[in-house]
Ligand binder design. Structure first.
Ligand code: PHE
Length: 377
């Protein structure tokens, strides 16, 4: 007993003196991944994880970073913001990771970011697009575009490319991404001269949207904008078609999942959504990545997989340039990222720690996804 107390006391002094207990052995660099491996948006976490695993394996096979190998520690947040806060705290205070990759969903990144900031652990979100995420502090980065841009492009697409003037919106009130994207779409669409004739709300996890859809139908919109995640989006489109609402329906990057078509099937025809890259892009960067990913995981990489891969490579590149694994040094190197050639395009981190990047529009026709166009910022 006395001995145990002694060990505890020594450990406590050590923690107080050095701030942490080092778990890392001298030949490795510990990186934490925060993701939704289970729960309502499990494909987000799983795809990101696969992309990231590929980046880690390639990097380690090529000799690692600063002569050490990257060890990835993964925590599942079950698609819940509260769990994201707990999981990221564990990665930082228990595992002593050097940096965090994650989260994908903006609400979860918003929960995790203040904790990374507090501990001066750089966080790189592969795919959170809500503008507030990187405003949580100077340790918070992302490698994707943000929703003021995404909302603007979708509004212009509906107004100019589809030539539609009356829109309705069905948004997820429990989801920061959905609320923000709805607002940015609304602003541009009305500024262009269009009108939003009806708005309705739901909450993540809902499965019956008939009441909201019936209310929207009464306002006779020419198109419906559904800024949400893939499961609800697919069910919304399906139920709209059952109610004889045949108009075009549009979404943002939250629709990008192999589950979208699995759940929605043919009812998804005449829908459009924006995302970060397309497997049909003929560039060598994309085609090489798709080939490697398919042979490693026997599946086609969605946008999240590509962004997970890019987020990993950008972080490892920053650690190399920093020549250090300390938070402040990695932070400075991340902030200086310029013209990094990613699978999802050229990535430069701007002064707000966001990436200015092109956006891809996908349409669904004949039960399949079709690449439509790439829009530059
Ligand atoms: N942009 C979404 C968010 O911020 C997450 C997402 C990215 C979902 C890419 C799908 C594809 O919540």
């Amino acid at each position: 007993m006395r001995k145990t107390l002694g060990v505890l006391a020594v450990t406590a002094v050590f923690i107080m003196t050095y701030g942490c207990v080092a778990n890392e052995n001298k030949d490795e660099i510990l990186i934490g991944e925060l993701g939704s491996l289970t729960g309502t948006t499990a494909t987000f976490g799983q795809s990101t994880h696969h992309g990231l695993e590929l980046a880690v394996e390639e990097t380690n096979n090529a000799g690692g970073v600063l002569g050490k190998k990257i060890t990835l520690l993964v925590e599942d947040d079950q698609s819940k913001p509260e769990e994201a806060a707990t999981a990221v705290t564990k990665l930082i205070t228990r595992d002593n990771v050097r940096a965090i990759i994650g989260e994908v969903a903006s609400s979860r990144s918003l929960a995790a970011a203040p904790i990374c900031q507090q501990f001066q652990i750089p966080m790189v979100s592969p795919a959170s697009t809500n503008p507030e995420v990187t405003r949580k502090g100077d340790y918070i980065f992302r490698v994707c575009y943000i929703d003021p841009f995404q909302g603007e492009i979708l509004a212009k697409f509906m107004y100019n490319s589809l030539g539609l003037r009356k829109a309705a919106i069905l948004k997820d009130v429990k989801n920061d991404y959905s609320m923000g994207l709805a607002q940015f779409f609304h602003e541009t669409f009305t500024a262009l001269g269009g009108s939003v004739v009806a708005e309705q709300a739901y909450s993540e996890g809902d499965s019956d949207f008939r009441a909201q859809l019936t209310a929207l139908k009464a306002a006779e919109p020419e198109a419906i904008f559904v800024p949400g995640y893939y499961i609800e989006a697919a069910l919304i489109v399906k139920q709209a078609r059952e109610l004889n609402m045949t108009m075009p329906m549009l979404g943002g990057d939250g629709w990008d999942s192999s589950k979208l078509l699995e759940v929605g099937g043919e009812s998804l025809n005449n829908t459009y959504f924006s995302t970060h890259y397309s497997v049909d892009d003929t560039s060598t960067a994309v085609q090489n990545f798709v080939a490697k990913y398919r042979s490693r995981f026997q599946e086609i990489p969605d946008a999240m997989a590509a962004l997970g891969y890019d987020a990993g490579l950008i972080l490892f590149d920053a650690i190399r340039r920093a020549e250090s694994v300390e938070g402040p040094a990695i932070r400075d190197a991340l902030a200086a990222t310029e013209n990094f050639s990613g699978v999802t395009g050229k990535i430069t981190i701007d002064q707000d720690r966001n990436a200015r990047k092109s956006l891809v529009i996908i349409s669904v026709a004949d039960g399949a996804l079709k690449y439509r166009e790439t829009i530059q910022p």
